[in-house]
Design a protein. Structure first.
Length: 59
């Protein structure tokens, strides 16, 4: 995913409290831009969703 060109623009409207959480994540992780922090958080959310949707393997 990281090798792909960033060619699509996505505009998102969020509440101020969500924006503060994104900025807290950004600054805490020392990420250079709000856009990059948002991309990382979206990717993490999608990975988490995929992991939760996967069938559990018996131990």
């Amino acid at each position: 995913m990281r090798d792909e060109m960033k060619t699509e623009r996505l505009q998102v409207v969020v509440e101020p409290s969500v924006l503060r959480r994104i900025d807290d994540f950004r600054f805490g992780s020392r990420i250079g831009s709000r856009s990059e922090a948002t991309r990382i958080l979206i990717e993490k959310g999608l990975q988490n969703e995929k992991a939760e949707a996967a069938p559990a393997t018996p131990a």
